[in-house]
Design a protein around this ligand. Structure first.
Ligand code: AP5
Length: 239
């Protein structure tokens, strides 16, 4: 679907926060489908580089396989390039970036003349739920659609409903790597919650509800803060 947005609106940047497996990617995809704001996932960008065997992909793999953060320099450059693309003129859903305070500072600089971050939804789930979700996650090799063997199974096991692509389990979804990713999250990313709270843009959302209910809660927050009106709307609706 083609999207347009009213010209006078400032860009809208959303920073999705939450531990690994909290549903950031699932919610970002649903929101993108609904309102057309680009979904920028640093994990997906690294996985794309990895699939294409680029130097960045090979570098990122060493860190991702260990559940550690890829170095800030290459990560920030990759995001800056992505946000400079024309579709991000209206803003973006940032999923997995920033992930530490250095990346927060870099993002502030990138958005200095673009209005900054408007909302940082935090998808709250327990560590036990994270483990259940991540070990059952399956992802489509072709379109990146996210499934769960129990909570959101495909119609045919191992096959994407949307395009018939093969569903695979991510290399970094092994239990020992997930434990390391959780450790890194609490040490490096969780401090961002206080930062965005102090900025007045944090919104905690109960991430343990079914995906559609989480999306409804997110849309409610966006509406309550007057942000939904700033988002792109389908061209068919605007004429
Ligand atoms: P990344 O790909 O960003 O992984 P992550 O942040 O750990 O998050 P996940 O993708 O694991 O989970 P999610 O919250 O998106 O949940 P999902 O929707 O898939 O990063 C991977 C690696 O890349 C990092 O470890 C690091 O090495 C590197 N990296 C990335 N960004 C970086 C950065 N900025 N700096 C440096 N390095 C970086 O859902 C999970 C499962 O739960 C699915 O199966 C889904 O179907 C299911 N599910 C979702 N919602 C629900 C629900 N409400 N109820 C039941 N099940 C649900």
């Amino acid at each position: 679907m083609k999207f347009t947005r009213p010209m006078a609106n400032p860009p809208l940047f959303l920073v999705f926060l939450g531990p690994p497996g909290s549903g950031k990617g699932t919610q970002a995809r649903l929101l993108h489908e609904r309102i057309g704001l680009p979904h920028v996932s640093t994990g997906d960008l690294f996985r794309h580089h990895l699939k294409n065997n680029t130097p960045l992909g090979l570098l990122a793999r060493q860190y991702m396989d260990r559940g550690e953060l890829v170095p800030d320099g290459v990560t920030v450059d990759m995001v800056a390039d992505r946000l400079a693309q024309s579709d991000a003129a209206c803003g973006a859903i940032l999923d997995g970036f920033p992930r530490n305070l250095a990346q927060v500072v870099a993002l502030e600089a990138m958005l200095a003349d673009r209005g900054g971050v408007s909302l940082a939804p935090l998808f709250a789930v327990s560590d036990e739920e994270v483990m259940r979700r991540i070990t059952g996650r399956r992802t489509c090799r072709l379109c990146g659609a996210i499934y769960h063997i129990e909570f959101n199974p495909p119609k045919q096991p191992g096959v994407c409903d949307a395009d018939g692509g093969e569903l695979y389990q991510r290399d970094d979804d092994r239990p020992e790597t997930v434990e390391k990713r959780l450790y890194v999250y609490y040490k490096q990313t969780a401090p961002l919650i206080g930062y965005y709270f102090a900025k007045g843009v944090l919104a905690e959302i109960d991430g343990t509800q079914p995906p559609e209910a989480v999306q409804a809660a997110l849309l409610q927050v966006l509406t309550d803060r007057g942000l939904l009106a700033r988002m792109p709307v389908p061209a068919a609706v605007t004429g």
